[in-house]
Design a protein around this ligand. Structure first.
Ligand code: FE2
Ligand code: FE2
Length: 197
């Protein structure tokens, strides 16, 4: 697999994360139950797999290498801005999630018969925003990657270097085993009861 197809391949996995985030958001908006632990897993996958690992490969290896070619700089500049947007949504999702967990803890400390329902709307909103971000961003990048492939602008030598650089990015993101764990977690979520109806 070449360096461009490697990223396109990640996008296939990332769009599975999008489907999970979207479904989870729809359910929360409909006031239906999703275990908070599962939302936490989505948040971890976004942080580690999408942002740290995949965006890491693009930002540290692929984009710096293709930036100077064929007037791609403008496209890449936009992609980097979009990464920042994604990162901001992920941070806000994490913040809300921590708050809900905190409230749950408080509620279980002061057990009363009647507990205030916890507002899940912000979590639903940020999950939805992230799903939209993935949809839009991966579609644009896929078109860009096709163009790069079409124009044959990456030499075999560069390709090899990029793949080596990806390995370093993988190690920075926790290594092969952690990345495999991420894929297992995605599958785990896909098979949850709440994903199926
Ligand atoms: Fe990207
Ligand atoms: Fe990407």
């Amino acid at each position: 697999m070449n360096a461009t197809r490697n990223l396109k391949n990640d996008h296939i996995t990332i769009r599975r994360v999008k489907d999970i985030a979207q479904k989870c958001s729809d359910r929360l908006y409909a006031d239906r139950y999703v275990p908070i632990e599962d939302v936490e897993i989505i948040s971890v996958i976004i942080e580690e797999f999408v942002d740290h690992f995949h965006h890491g490969k693009e930002e540290k290896a692929y984009f710096p290498d293709t930036k100077e070619k064929n007037g791609f700089a403008e496209d890449i500049r936009k992609f980097l801005i979009e990464h920042e947007l994604g990162r901001r949504i992920a941070i806000m999702l994490r913040r809300e999630l921590n708050e809900v967990k905190e409230k749950r803890k408080e509620q279980s400390k002061h057990k009363t018969n009647k507990q205030d329902p916890i507002n899940m709307e912000p979590i639903a909103r940020f999950l939805k925003s992230y799903a939209v971000f993935i949809d839009d961003h991966t579609a644009k990048e896929d078109r860009f990657f096709d163009l790069v492939d079409e124009k044959n602008v990456i030499t075999n030598e560069e390709d090899e270097m990029l793949l080596k650089h990806y390995e370093m990015c993988k190690n920075q993101a926790g290594g092969e085993i952690r990345i495999q764990e991420m894929v297992v977690l995605i599958k785990f979520l896909e098979e949850r009861e709440w994903m199926k109806d």
